[in-house]
Design a protein around this ligand. Structure first.
Ligand SMILES: [Zn+2]
Length: 294
């Protein structure tokens, strides 16, 4: 009896501690959101420029703004090669970094801190191993890269380039690598949610990847960026760009891949696109009228 009471008492204490920690965490988040709020003018200007954010509900936009504020507080965004950051630059990068985790939670971005911003594409020197196992020094020009447990690096010129409709997005690409690596290996197979089918994921992405590799190998025009055929990891990063920035194109060519990404990211960008097209005509007329009066 005494033992049972002791166990119950420990359980009560344990859950009380968890409850206290959750209250403390929520209070801390509320403080950050209030104390380090993004200026409204900058927020509106940034999201107004990013066409793939249109069609989001008011709730989604509010959540995205909260995540972006937390990102700018938790991460260390720093310019290099003389590139000077301002609030618009930081918010533009942060909001795109947070879009993929809108349905996953901010914790998915834990384990690293720095975002390094180059003014334009940057050169790196790496050792490449050929098929015979011989190491060759190689110079590459990159728009971005994500280090395992290290920084995300991006070129501002590539971030700022209007990606509307093209399916290209360097920030989403690098964040997809980060999410991919959450289970310890960056191999195009991120930790799936409970209820998602591993065989269905593997079949959908595996078939699509192989199809793309074959097209590129036979010098046929690929339906998405040929860089996706480099490796399964790059395939996952590139299709994540298309999922958010050109969902129609991804769905048209790889419908089952789109469905798997929708389950993984817990978002439906294609639905957002349809909502934009379904905007009532009356509302558009009202906006035009308002502009004319001013
Ligand atoms: Zn990549």
């Amino acid at each position: 009896m005494r033992h049972t009471e002791t166990v119950a008492s420990i359980k009560h204490w344990f859950f009380a501690q968890i409850g206290f920690m959750n209250i403390f965490k929520r209070a801390r988040v509320r403080y950050i959101l209030h104390r380090y709020a993004i200026s409204h003018a900058v927020w509106l200007a940034v999201i107004g420029k990013l066409s793939f954010l249109q069609g989001m509900s008011a709730v989604e936009k509010a959540r995205l703004r909260e995540l972006t504020t937390l990102f700018l507080y938790e991460k260390h965004v720093v310019g290099t090669q003389g590139f000077e950051l301002d609030e618009t630059v930081c918010v533009t990068i942060a909001v795109q970094a947070c879009l993929p985790v809108l349905g996953l939670g901010f914790n998915c971005l834990a384990g690293w801190r720095d975002v390094i911003v180059y003014p334009a594409a940057f050169r790196v020197h790496r050792d490449a191993v050929d098929e015979a196992g011989v190491v060759h020094p190689e110079e590459q020009v990159l728009a971005g890269e994500a280090w395992s447990r290290g920084p995300v690096v991006v070129s501002w010129a590539d971030v700022a380039r209007d990606p509307s409709g093209s399916g290209s997005n360097v920030v989403i690409h690098e964040i997809a690598h980060k999410l991919d690596g959450l289970n310890g290996r960056t191999n195009g197979f991120p930790p799936l949610h409970v209820g998602m089918s591993v065989p269905q994921w593997t079949a959908a992405l595996g078939e699509a990847y192989q199809q793309l590799v074959n097209r590129v190998g036979h010098h046929h025009q690929p339906c998405i960026n040929a860089y996706a055929a480099t490796s399964p990891a790059e395939f996952f990063a590139v299709i994540s760009e298309y999922f958010f920035c050109a969902p129609e194109l991804l769905h048209q060519h790889f419908a089952e891949v789109y469905r798997q990404l929708r389950l993984y990211y817990r978002q439906d960008p294609l639905l957002r696109l349809h909502q934009i097209h379904a905007t009532p005509v009356e509302t558009l007329h009202c906006n035009v009228l308002a502009k004319t009066i001013r």
